[in-house]
Design a protein around this ligand. Sequence first.
Ligand code: NAD
Ligand code: GLY
Length: 362
Amino acid sequence: MATATTVQVRLARRGYDIQIGTGLLCGVDAFVRHCRPAMHVVVVTDSNVEALYADPIAERLSEQELDVNILTIEPGEPSKSPEVAAELWQVMLDAATDRQSLVLAVGGGVVGDLAGFVASTFARGLDLIQVPTTLLAQVDSSVGGKTGVNLPEAKNIVGTFWQPLGVLIDVDVLATLPEREYIAGLAEVVKYGVILDKEFFEFLEQNTDAILARAPETLIHIIARSCQLKADIVETDEREESGRRAVLNYGHTFGHALEAATGYERLLHGEGVAIGMQCAARLAARLGRIDAAVVDRQARLLRRLKLPTDLPEVNPNDVLHLMRRDKKVAEGQMRFVLPSRLGDVDLVGHVPTDAILASMNA
Ligand code: NAD
Ligand code: GLY
């Protein structure tokens, strides 16, 4: 029996629905129709997700007389590349994809970002539906329209803003997600509490056991609340122009640099974000913006959710160098998202280098 809740994203041009619940993949054909009737669907997925979810989805769509092509990439960050995008464009051309076709991204953030980028560029833009299958993709990357691929030295540097027609989030798929990937996704959930919603942070503190057990009702609640908080921000600053959307990057300036400093092999994105949030909180305390108690409280929640909080073995100067190259550096000036209290953050520039370096030491 399917149960669902809907979060709406209201944008200037057009909005879309995010449906969150259990048993939803069985109704994927109805969701596609609800978004937009189509005759041809290109399903982009990776080889871990293909047999689990993309094949059954394709079967269901085929039963409704839709013409379906499945494009399967290698799992992992290296697939988010211009080369793999070009391969997908070519296969889509060979499959007679045209402007009436729909792209369905079935997978984690790698599939979602790549499929979104390919959809936004092929034939000057195809409609896209996101079916995220990792927690991270369900609470973050499938919502808000950021797409992209990496260059060897810069993550997400080539990309577009391309909003989906809809997002279908079935929490049942999280049952097969490896523990480490699930835990990593929780970092983004904690992030929403710290930057926007103290009550949500408290809910997370009070429900760590249910969260770690992946209890469906708890999952629906934390995913729906995360999507709502993200939607509220994206609605006010869709293209990250005013600074409002930038608050979503809490922990990411440190996190991305830590991912890069460890060769993108040691840390998952969410793990980098968790450590990055601790660095950012320590930096805020050092600058007198928050009490040390807030830093400790965030650390306690992250640890109870089994997330890392300590820096891996890296040279803080190397991390600083990588942070300066981050694409979010505005006109040569690093800006940090720093808490002012639990549930509220500011964008802060002109931060002394010694304070940044010191914040990387626990
Ligand atoms: P991922 O896409 O690499 O997925 C993680 C692993 O889980 C992969 O091996 C995948 O095959 C596997 N997997 C996915 N769903 C599964 C399931 N249900 N059962 C079993 N295995 C499953 O990683 P991710 O953490 O989802 O995404 C990371 C990417 O998201 C990064 O590239 C990051 O830059 C991007 N991102 C984008 C945004 C955005 O706003 N666009 C936001 C945050 C992160
Ligand atoms: N993940 C940050 C954003 O979507 O803006």
